[in-house]
Design a protein around this ligand. Structure first.
Ligand code: MEV
Length: 300
């Protein structure tokens, strides 16, 4: 018998990093996912097709934590776990969270646990902590629930209904992004420059409220402006890099309404908002002409 579980990738539209400090953030699931397949087996095995690796240490650790939380003894119920998906790893699109969600869902299905989304989310958060240390929980939450969400630590999520769909181009710097490192960098810099960081954090907070209003109204020009402002704030706290800045500049010059890094930063991906599919093609082509991979997504 085999069971499948999926977890979706995400883009953070506003306020990654600030969210770690209790500032509201807005994220959206994207149509790329991680899939986990579980089959009964003679012995416990994890094979990750993305890494082309069996029994990866971190994945084993996550499996052990999640299986113990749900009370499944894998030494008595050996399984084979296969992980695959079209979500690039280590690039700020939530692949680690999506893996934890997919694994929790597949385990729930395989052992007939009927776990609710809230429970899946909680389990995935334990896994995320192994990957990232002190995550805010935004990635596993959006991966579990899907859609566009308003996320604040320790509060219930709110769903955002978009006034208009968003056409987005995701540009990949090709530089691996370590969320853990980036979060640590912000923490250290904030300790040294507390006053300046407090001011930036307050700007990020009010930007979240403005952005939410524009998203609900479907005011694409204003949403774009807010995204570019958000990028400037992220740059100030030190999580951008020259490749991300270059892709942001390039998309703005090529007609995007706004652009920003997305996820942990210091590499990984950025997002550009454009008005329609035609402009998506134009920006994607500009990225690819310069050797950067791109993805086109529609949100809402
Ligand atoms: C990573 O996708 C988002 C960060 O804000 C980290 C977190 O919220 O845990 C950088």
């Amino acid at each position: 018998m085999s069971s499948i579980g999926r977890g979706y990738g995400k883009i953070i539209l506003f306020n990654e990093h600030f969210v770690v400090y209790g500032i509201p953030a807005i994220a959206s699931a994207i149509d790329r996912y991680v899939e986990v397949k579980i089959t009964d087996s003679e012995e416990l095995e994890i094979f990750d097709e993305r890494l082309k690796r069996a029994n990866d240490k971190i994945e084993m650790k996550i499996l052990n934590i999640i299986s113990s939380k749900i009370g499944v003894d894998l030494s008595k119920n050996p399984i084979k776990i296969e992980i695959k998906g079209d979500l690039p790893l280590g690039s700020g699109l939530g692949a680690s969270a999506a893996t934890c969600v997919a694994l929790s869902r597949a385990l729930s299905n395989h052992f007939n646990l009927n776990l609710r989304d809230e429970e899946i989310n909680e389990l995935a958060y334990y896994g995320e902590k192994i990957f990232h240390g002190t995550p805010s929980g935004i990635d596993n939450t959006v991966s579990t629930f899907g859609g566009v969400i308003w996320f604040e630590r320790e509060k219930n999520i709110e769903r955002i209904t978009l006034g208009k769909p968003l056409y987005i181009v995701i540009g990949n710097t090709g530089i691996p992004s370590s969320t853990k490192k980036a979060v640590e960098k912000v923490r250290k810099r904030r300790e040294r420059e507390r006053e300046r960081f407090d001011e930036i954090f307050e700007e990020a907070r009010s930007l979240a409220y403005d952005s939410r209003r524009y998203l609900e109204m479907g005011d694409l020009d204003k949403i774009g402006e807010c995204m570019t402002k958000n990028h400037a704030l992220l740059k100030e706290i030190g999580v951008s890099c020259k490749e991300l800045d270059m892709l942001v500049e390039l998309s703005l010059k090529s007609g995007a309404l706004g652009a920003k890094l997305t996820g942990g930063g210091l590499g990984g991906n950025m997002i550009a908002l454009v008005k329609d599919e035609k402009d998506q093609d134009i920006i994607a082509r500009e990225f690819e002409k310069r050797g950067f991979k791109s993805m086109k997504v529609k949100v809402g």
